[in-house]
Write a protein that binds this ligand. Structure first.
Ligand code: GLN
Length: 191
């Protein structure tokens, strides 16, 4: 991990908080706005924000295909809207996605009344032997289906909220908004 650089997709959303979270976890972070900037990155984080807006901006910058190619060899982590962009299938409503993990996500699935909250998550034993961590959910999607080869690292209310498949990882919550560095530390170990 030492000397490795994480790109943070900085078209829209809370990329600045991810940059700080990567630094807290001991990594180097650079903001990525155009495809050429991916060349210096060992991994990429797609932040939370609005997935429909991010999709439009990705197409405008011709970044969609560049990220797909990047992901063939390097790890990508998506949080919340980023998780929606990394999924194989998106519902409510359906929209295109990069398909880097075999999961189906339903957008804005917690409904209006309780669409944002801070929860305590019990963790899979694979994460530092278990325990709990804080999770901030903001108009989060729900992962409705995980394919074979996808490992669930944490669930909330019976639904997976932190999963990984090979080098790629998603959370439906925002670890960049909590002091706990477990999620970013795990991503840095994939680089
Ligand atoms: N509701 C947003 C979407 O569907 C995601 C929200 C977030 O990233 N906090 O794209």
């Amino acid at each position: 991990m030492a000397g490795k650089t994480v790109g943070i997709l900085a078209l829209q959303g809370d990329f600045a908080a991810h940059r700080k979270a990567v630094q807290r976890a001991g990594g180097l972070a650079v903001e990525v706005r155009v495809a050429a900037e991916l060349a210096q990155c060992d991994g990429l984080i797609i932040p939370g924000g609005e997935s429909t807006t991010m999709l439009k901006l990705l197409d405008q910058e011709a970044l969609t295909e560049s990220i797909r190619l990047f992901a063939e060899h390097k790890p990508v982590y998506g949080s919340c809207a980023g998780a929606i962009l990394l999924a194989r299938e998106v519902t409510h409503p359906p929209q295109p996605a990069l398909g880097l993990l075999d999961i189906t996500v339903e957008r804005n699935a917690y409904g209006r009344q309780i669409d944002s909250r801070i929860a305590r998550l019990p963790l899979n034993e694979a994460i530092d032997g278990g325990g709990e961590m804080e999770a901030v959910f903001i108009r989060a999607p729900i992962i409705r289906r995980v394919g074979g080869g996808v490992t669930v690292l944490a669930s909330y209310g019976g639904d997976p909220v932190w999963v990984e498949a090979g080098r790629h990882m998603v959370t439906t919550f925002h670890p960049e908004l909590s002091a706990d560095s477990k999620v970013h530390a795990r991503f840095l170990r994939k680089l």
